[in-house]
Design a protein around this ligand. Structure first.
Ligand SMILES: [Zn+2]
Length: 185
């Protein structure tokens, strides 16, 4: 009798856990890890594209972002430190509430062990799925035998970094509003 009761209780407990797990891991019958395979992209109307673009300002992008980013900035250099600071300060000043973290590591290179830092800005750290945009901010290092040659790397990749900062700035209000909608659901 006792044994039967405990078996029933164990079975009930199992079902409760199983249902809970199913609820957590499936949406519309699809495990969340598979949802990306069923993603339907939204297409913006011409008007929505124009509205998003109207918030960008190329002249301002040059002054605010490209000029400070377009410096010699190989890993471990003073320029690299300044660029990191600029990216962190810019994203931190936006209203959308980016969470900016650093991933620091050292790595072997043909010129010895050098320090590297990835900067990761996340809009909603608890989101199950994310769209990731990435570019590299460091520039190529020229050793002394290149007679003082410096590499500034406009398209590789100061401009992409400036474009990403401008995009974050241009969409700041929309991204902030989107967060409120997501959190209130
Ligand atoms: Zn590159």
């Amino acid at each position: 009798m006792w044994r039967e009761a405990s078996t029933t209780m164990a079975a009930r407990l199992f079902y409760t856990v199983a249902i809970w797990m199913t609820f957590i891991h499936c949406t519309k019958g699809i495990p969340w890890t598979q949802e990306k395979l069923h993603h339907q992209a939204l297409t913006l109307t011409q008007e929505e594209i124009s509205t998003a673009l109207s918030h960008t300002d190329l002249a301002q992008m040059w002054l605010r972002d490209l000029r400070p980013l377009l410096v010699t900035r190989y890993p471990g250099s003073a320029g690299s430190q300044a660029v990191q600071q600029h990216i962190k300060t810019t994203l931190g000043s936006l209203g959308a509430g980016w969470e900016v973290t650093e991933d620091r590591f050292v790595s072997q290179t043909p010129y010895g062990t050098l320090p590297f830092t990835n900067l990761i800005a996340t809009l909603n750290p608890s989101a199950k799925r994310r769209l990731v945009l990435a570019c590299h901010y460091d520039s190529k290092y020229y050793p002394p035998q290149w007679h003082g040659m410096e590499f500034q790397g406009a398209t590789d990749s100061a401009v992409p970094c400036a474009m990403m900062l401008e995009l974050a700035r241009a969409l700041d209000e929309e991204l902030k509003a989107q967060k409120v909608v997501i959190y209130s659901m």
